[in-house]
Each structure stands twice: as structure tokens, then as C-alpha cells.
Design a protein around this ligand. Structure first.
Ligand code: GLN
Ligand code: ZN
Length: 779
């Protein structure tokens, strides 16, 4: 392989399995139905399948250690021994999953074989947050000022050797030490985790040395921090780390991978690192090729990220080859590797499984294995001098034709949508009265108690719910049977909410597979896949809709469910919608028009739904914008432009209602510090946010900015099976009351409850209602 010119690399592959094998293996293990051996066996089979798939497609540089049982950042915390004391000292699977998911005191994990795992019981999960601007969540590493590191897990080595035994000479992947520290956090005041680089680097030296000694010649070290704003501390840490590796692990070739953006102000830092290779993202930032070529030292191998690892469109391969041809002619074939823009983790696995997609749409798409073939075609054409190679010429032509067909397809362009968008005025994005006036009529109308309680929308998606859905999808359960089942679930949820004394109810979202997919399936302009799963976090995967054309809403999407739930109760039931920015950010979206334009189209479609809910009598409408923050560009200078059109889109969908109609919004994982003005500008009457894991610290900005509208700061961390005590929640609320006015506050969980079990949800919400009552007595 070392002699091969223009080798093809993937940087990383989806790890979940064609049939969501990892999810099912994890869930079965967590439920105590299978043991550790079975879980690890499935994991090994998935790795083997990934290696075989890449080999079969002609990939030259196959990664190892791109697999993870839960998350690669958690793996890295484990590898370097950054395991907070509350999880205990034992670096085993019980501890690993306790860090990932938290752990209930009363709950003992006893496996089939009678092993009782008693590590880290009664502990909360580590914080989870978005991986850069993707919808992948990682577990946030935690550091202390006196943090020490030592090589605790040999996973990269084990997986390298595992591949080797199967005949694959792999390029192991590590999360880079600087990215690892930069994305971590510390509760120690005034302490920058990056200052730990001197202590962390030796652990990386240890694992790198072991990899080299085991036969690895290249190691890929991911440093996506290079796509963030340049910072002296990052630059310094990168220099220290990579100088240490160069000096202490001679003979090992390191390729530093940047992705999700251009190097820009980090260009000199990146090309100046004493490493053998550098990967650059030429999809997000094609303009950086020439500057990188100008600045990179002669010997630096460049991995060219030319196939989009973040989206599912088939590439115009001839255009890529035309761009690269002169570059390669000028600089030599030995200088380059051909790669996707980033790991293929963020795209579905195989388009070949999609037998039900519209044929035209399908012909415009490429998933991970198709992208592997695209890379191989590009490399083949560039290696051979593509004019000589009949077969690669045909493949290039094919992709060019598909690109041209997509550009002109009537399935994409809808004149009515364009006309409506052109007629939008500023007034369309403006509520009739200001918040204070709206709040007056709303408070009089609803007459809610102080600290009103509500939930975020979904209730547990139990095995029965999923079974009914798939039976219906397979045609084994009639439409009437399925609807009757969903109505029974909804009715039970409504009755139960009344019984425990919640103030504002939800219908439970049992009919929804996913908060974005559900809407995508009912809007024109979206296509959806059968098997296009991508990992959102741990064992949770989503199937993002494919936004391929102009968007419109043929008919109401949620009104009947709201109506049914409201007919069962005298308490208000919230209408429940997903907002335009979130639909956009959680879909694979068109690359043939600006994101802002697609977003406005979705906003108008949701506006129609808001109007129909209101007309049906709904007085509280929640429009979730869970993904607003994660759409932020990675560099600050690009933020305002995004926030402007994101807020405008939200207002466009929410502002068509009367003052009496209370607009709620919900956001999870949000740190609002830098975007508070935009949050306020959305002008939702009530916002519910994620705060329980951060001990209400996230509220500080609502205080300092004197946020005027109402807020429900989450008091129950729904990402963990743990049931919070009443006092824990009143404690959190008293922290909130230090920061906000009582009249502003609602009491609710952090997020929807669909991933939880009823056994967890019931006691937790009973406690939450009790907490609100205690607050009322105290107020
Ligand atoms: N209404 C959605 C739910 O409750 C919100 C989910 C989310 O914000 N991720 O599931
Ligand atoms: Zn949420």
C-alpha cells in the first residue's frame, strides 16, 4: 500500500450496522437479556463487516478504532483514564456505561451469568453535547485541576491487532489530544483544560508507540478544532503535542485530520505541525486548496477531502477530477490521498437497501458505500490519466449526467412556493402585540397556578408502540387498527397526566417515529429512506429526511391528534410542532440553494400548520427548535448571518396567531450565552430548555440579559434512567428562582421522554409535580 499512488481513505465509517445491530445489541445488554460476551461479539462482527465492506469497494487506507460501543470521546476519556471519581476506579464496561447513561441506585446490573456490576450506581451521566455542527452527540470529558492521565484502555491497539489478524493493515484513528481537551470541561474555576496538554501528551506517546511497535505505519489523529476560531491556546497545545509525538515516537507517520470547515487562520499552525500528513475538507472550503498547497512544506502528504461526508448527494465526479487533475500534475501523485471531507460516520451506510425511494431522487444520492466507490473512481481516474480509462470515463459521465438531471428536474422546482416566499413581508414575522400585552391575556385566559408543570411532548416509545408501528408499516396492522392503538395510548397518557396533576398536557407523540421525520414525511419536497439511519448518540439513531425540492404542506399534519387529546380533558393540551430551523438542521438538505432559503420554505409550511391548530381551538402551540444552536457556524464571524435567518424563519412560522395563543418553544443542550439576543428575538411566550445537568448555570444569561418571557428550565435529566428526588428538583428550582422572577418560571423535564421507560417516567414526573407544589407553598 505504501507505494500506491493517490490511495483512497475513508477516515472513518458508520459503526451502527446495516440493520442497527449495535443499537439492538446494546439495548439487549442493558436490559440484562444478553451478556457482555454477546455484546462484544456483535461489536467485533460490525468491525469485521466494516473492514470487509471497505476492502470490497477498493478503499486503500482502511481505518481502525473508528468503531465505538457508545462514543469516541467517551472512549478517549477511558483510554487516557479521565474517569471522574464518582464513577469509581474500575475501568470496565459497567463504568463506561455509567458515564454514558448514568446509573440508578436501586438498579443493579446483573448479567445472564450472574455477574453483578456494581460500579458507579446512583450517579448521573456525563454531560452530552453536539459534536461540532453535526447531529452527533459526544460525552463531554471532565477534568480537574490536578487531573492525571494514564493509559487505561488499549482499545486502539486491540482493534488494530484485531484487524491485522483478519488481514487488514489499518490506519488507526484517534481523537486528537487538543480536540479532546478543548471539548472537555472542568468544574475548577478559572482553569483551562488545554493547560493539561503536557500531562496528556505522554499518554498519547504511550499508545502511539504501542501502535507503531505493533506494525502501524500511519495513524490518523483527528483535530477538528482546526476548523474553529483560531486561539493562541489551541495553537500552543497543538505545537506541544505534535512536537512531543515527533520526538518521542520516531518512525510513526501521523496524519492530522481537520474537517467541518477550512483551516483559515489556523492554516500556518496546521501546515507547520511536524507530522507526515494533513487532511483538509475541500467540500466545506474548496477555496483552501491553493493556500494550503502554497504554504505546506514539500514533504507533507495532503489528504484531499473531496466527497461530502456530511451530506448524501452524489458528487459530480468529473468536476472533481477536472479540479484535481492540474493540481496533481503540478505537485506529483505521491503528495496526495483521496478522501471524504470527514469521516463517513454522518451518512447512512448503503443506498442499495433503499428499494422504495423515488427513482429520480435515488439516482441523485450516495451513502457511505457509494461514496467509497466515488472516491475510488476519482482516484482511479486521476491515477490513470482518466482519458485513457474507458470504464472510469463511463463512471464519470454517469455522475455528471445525474448531476445535470437533478439540476433541471421538475420534481425540485415549485413556482407557487417561490411566489409565496417572494410575497413575505416583515409584518408576517411580527406578533400582533408585544409580550407583556400577550402575557396579560394569556394569564387571564389559562389561570394556571404558579410554577405550572408540563412536559416537553413525547412519552415513552415503548416496545409495543414500535411494534405496532412496524406492523402497520409491514401491512400486518390495518390503518384503523394502528389508529385505534395510538388513540388508546394517547388516551392513557392524557388520563395519567391528569391523574398526577400536571397543569399543561401533551398528547404524547406516539404517532411520531421522530420529531423531524414525522413532518418530513408529510411535507412535499422531502423524501425519506427505509434504512438511512445515522447515529445521534450512543444507541439512538435517526433517519433524517432528504430535503430535495421546494417545500409545501399539502394538508394538516398534527391537528387531528391534538384534537383527539384535547377532547379528553379540560386542561390545555399543547399542539406540538417541530420548527423550521430544526427540520432543516436535522435533514439532509439541498446543496443547490442556500440553507436560508430552504428554511424559509419550511417556515411557511409550518405556519400553515400553526394556523390550522389555532383554528381548531388550540391555544398553546409548542414549536420545537431543539437544533437551532447546533446550526451555528463553527466560526464566530459567520454566526450573525445564520442567526438572522434562523430567527426570521422561526418568527415567520410562529407569528400568524392571535395574542391569546401562547407560543412555546423548546431547545435542548443549549448554552445560550452567545445567542441570547437571538433567543429573545424569537419572542416565544414560553421557552423550555435543558438545564438540569448544568445545575442551572445556563440560566445566568437569562438573568443578566433580563429575559422577559416565560421559561421552563429543565429539572429532570431525561437522558438518564435515574429518577430525580423531589428535593433535587426543588433545589434546582431554587437556583432558578435566584435568577428569574417566579412569574416567569415553569417546571418541566429537560426534553421529551420518548427514550425513557414508563417505570422511570412515572415516579420522576410524580416527583416533579410534588416539587412544583412544594414551591407553591414556599412562594
Ligand atoms: N417535542 C419533542 C419531544 O418531546 C422534543 C424533542 C427534542 O427537543 N429533542 O420528544
Ligand atoms: Zn429537547
Amino acid at each position: 500500500m505504501s507505494n500506491l499512488q493517490l490511495p483512497v481513505a475513508t477516515l472513518g465509517t458508520p459503526r451502527i450496522g446495516l440493520k442497527r445491530d449495535l443499537k439492538f445489541a446494546l439495548e439487549s445488554y442493558w436490559a440484562g437479556k444478553t451478556d457482555q460476551t454477546a455484546l462484544l461479539q456483535t461489536a467485533a462482527e460490525l468491525r469485521a463487516a466494516n473492514w470487509a465492506r471497505q476492502k470490497a469497494r477498493g478503499v486503500d487506507i482502511i481505518p481502525s478504532n473508528d468503531f465505538s460501543l457508545y462514543d469516541q470521546m467517551l472512549d478517549t476519556s477511558f483510554m487516557v483514564g479521565a474517569i471522574p471519581a464518582i464513577y469509581g476506579a474500575k475501568a470496565d464496561l459497567g463504568t463506561y456505561f455509567a458515564m454514558a447513561r448514568g446509573s440508578q441506585k436501586s438498579h443493579t446490573e446483573t448479567c445472564e451469568h450472574g455477574h453483578v456490576h456494581h460500579h458507579g450506581h446512583g450517579v448521573p451521566a456525563q454531560e452530552m453535547t453536539k459534536w461540532f455542527d453535526t447531529n452527533y452527540h459526544y460525552m463531554v470529558p471532565e477534568f480537574t485541576r490536578d487531573q492525571t492521565f494514564h493509559l487505561t484502555s488499549f482499545k486502539p491497539l486491540d482493534e488494530f491487532l484485531e484487524a491485522k489478524r483478519q488481514g487488514y493493515h489499518t490506519r488507526p484513528v484517534l481523537v486528537g489530544p487538543v480536540t479532546f481537551l478543548k471539548l472537555g470541561k472542568s468544574t475548577d474555576e478559572g482553569f483551562d483544560p488545554l493547560s493539561l496538554i503536557d500531562r496528556l501528551a505522554p499518554v498519547y506517546v504511550d499508545i502511539l508507540t504501542r501502535l507503531r511497535d505493533a506494525g502501524a505505519d500511519w495513524v490518523q489523529v483527528d483535530e477538528p478544532v482546526l476548523a474553529l476560531d483560531g486561539e493562541p491556546a489551541i495553537t500552543a497545545a497543538l505545537k506541544v503535542a505534535y512536537a512531543t509525538f515527533a520526538e518521542q515516537v520516531p518512525g510513526l507517520k501521523i496524519i492530522v485530520a481537520s474537517y467541518f470547515g477550512g483551516l483559515e487562520e489556523n492554516l500556518d499552525t496546521a501546515v507547520g505541525l511536524p507530522v507526515a500528513g494533513l487532511h483538509i475538507d475541500l467540500v466545506r472550503k474548496p477555496q483552501q486548496l491553493n493556500p494550503v498547497l502554497d504554504r505546506a512544506p514539500e514533504g507533507l502528504v495532503l489528504s484531499l477531502g473531496v466527497i461530502d461526508g456530511r451530506n448524501i448527494w452524489r458528487a459530480d465526479l468529473a468536476a472533481i477530477v477536472d479540479t484535481l487533475e492540474p493540481v496533481i500534475a503540478a505537485h506529483g501523485k505521491d503528495r496526495f490521498q483521496i478522501a471524504p471531507s470527514c469521516s463517513l460516520l454522518h451518512v447512512p451506510i448503503d443506498l442499495d437497501l433503499e428499494d422504495a425511494l423515488d427513482a429520480d431522487v435515488r439516482s441523485w444520492l450516495a451513502f457511505s458505500v457509494q461514496k467509497m466507490s466515488e472516491l475510488v473512481t476519482v482516484a482511479g481516474a486521476l491515477r490513470g490519466g482518466y482519458e485513457d480509462s474507458v470504464s472510469s470515463l463511463a463512471l464519470l459521465d454517469d455522475s455528471t449526467q445525474a448531476a445535470a438531471a437533478r439540476r433541471t428536474s421538475a420534481k425540485i422546482h415549485n413556482k407557487a412556493v417561490a411566489a409565496r416566499l417572494a410575497a413575505v413581508t416583515a409584518a408576517d414575522g411580527q406578533r400582533k402585540s408585544a409580550f407583556a400585552a400577550r402575557a396579560r391575556v394569556q394569564r387571564a385566559q389559562f389561570a394556571l397556578p404558579a410554577f405550572p408543570t408540563t412536559t416537553i411532548g413525547s412519552f415513552p416509545q415503548t416496545a409495543e408502540v414500535r411494534k405496532a408501528r412496524s406492523a402497520h408499516a409491514r401491512g400486518e396492522l390495518s390503518a384503523e387498527g394502528y389508529e385505534a392503538f395510538l388513540k388508546a395510548e394517547t388516551a392513557r397518557a392524557v388520563a395519567w397526566q391528569e391523574e398526577i396533576g400536571l397543569d399543561v398536557l401533551v398528547h404524547g407523540e406516539f404517532e411520531r417515529n421522530d420529531m423531524v421525520q414525522y413532518f418530513g414525511e408529510q411535507l412535499s419536497g422531502f423524501a425519506f429512506t427505509k434504512h438511512g439511519w445515522v447515529q445521534s448518540y450512543g444507541s439512538r439513531y435517526v433517519r433524517p429526511p432528504v430535503l430535495f425540492g421546494d417545500v409545501s404542506r399539502p394538508k394538516p399534519m398534527t391537528v387531528q391528534w391534538w384534537w383527539f387529546a384535547q377532547s379528553l380533558t379540560g386542561k390545555p393540551v399543547k399542539g406540538m410542532l417541530t420548527g423550521p430551523v430544526t427540520i432543516l438542521n436535522w435533514s439532509f438538505v439541498r446543496d443547490d440553494q442556500p440553507r436560508s432559503e430552504s428554511c424559509r420554505q419550511i417556515a411557511l409550511a409550518i405556519r400553515d400548520e400553526v394556523a390550522d391548530l389555532e383554528a381548531a381551538g388550540c391555544r398553546m402551540i409548542q414549536i420545537d427548535e431543539a437544533a437551532l444552536r447546533e446550526g451555528l457556524p463553527l466560526r464566530h464571524r459567520d454566526w450573525q448571518t445564520y442567526l438572522d435567518w434562523a430567527v426570521e424563519s422561526f418568527r415567520l412560522c410562529a407569528s400568524g396567531v392571535a395574542d391569546e395563543t401562547q407560543i412555546h418553544t423548546h431547545m435542548c443542550y443549549s448554552e445560550f450565552n452567545a445567542i441570547m439576543d437571538a433567543i429573545a428575538a424569537m419572542d416565544a411566550d414560553v421557552i423550555s430548555i435543558e438545564t438540569s445537568r448544568s445545575k442551572m448555570e445556563l440560566l445566568d444569561v437569562f438573568t443578566s440579559k433580563k429575559y422577559p418571557n416565560e421559561i421552563g428550565p429543565g429539572v429532570y435529566d431525561i437522558h438518564s434512567p435515574r429518577v430525580p428526588e423531589v428535593t433535587e428538583m426543588t433545589g434546582l428550582m431554587s437556583l432558578a428562582r435566584q435568577r428569574l422572577d417566579d412569574t416567569q418560571l415553569w417546571v418541566n423535564p429537560d426534553c421529551g421522554l420518548k427514550t425513557r421507560k414508563w417505570e422511570e417516567v412515572k415516579p420522576a414526573l410524580v416527583n416533579m409535580v410534588a416539587a412544583a407544589k412544594a414551591l407553591r407553598e414556599d412562594a
